[in-house]
Design a binder for this molecule. Sequence first.
Ligand code: DX5
Ligand code: ZN
Length: 216
Amino acid sequence: MSKNILIAPSILSADFANLKDEIKKVELAGADWLHIDVMDGHFVPNITIGPQVVKSLRKETNLTFDVHLMIENPLKYIDSFAQAGADYITVHYEACENNIDEVINKIKSNNIKTGLSIKPKTPISVLKPFLNKIDLVLIMSVEPGFGGQKYIETSTEKIRLLKNISPENLILEVDGGINQETAKLAVEAGADALVAGAYVYGANDVKQAINSLKIV
Ligand code: DX5
Ligand code: ZN
């Protein structure tokens, strides 16, 4: 039995001087979602884009915007990203340990989908109280901050464990170091969606690269 795996190219590896075309490129090549990595220079050591860029991109594509907030105090920025056109907003457990319910409710109040992410060293057990309240879990398979890193092998077991305790309609998404080989590991362990930056944007044939992630 095969299932349809959602592929979310990450624009972190796109040419930022040419984002409109870079998005069209993956849309035409069969991407399901567009993964947008937001970094603040505090939660992670890198800085990327803010709501204004998301708003501009929203006019250029109908792809689902999968916005990954790698920022401190996400509560403060949820409304801006939702108004800019996010379809999913995923926040980090580590960035809002003390007010996760408030953050989840804030995302939901914007009538968009809610995601929670954990870094490679955070155990999946911390997610248990929230699994029935959210739409997506994003398992980081690299330390967040940069594209083009190597998949951390222990992520596969985390996906498997999470799959075992997840409600059926919860989407398990995996982010970091995804290529044809690691996609197989992640999907066999239970992943429903895969983020891929360097692998997709570095490919000569983007369509072929996206398709190769769907075949396991
Ligand atoms: C890393 C980001 C990822 C990154 C993935 O902090 O969250 O989404 O773009 O890039 P690759 O697929 O190159 O590992
Ligand atoms: Zn990401």
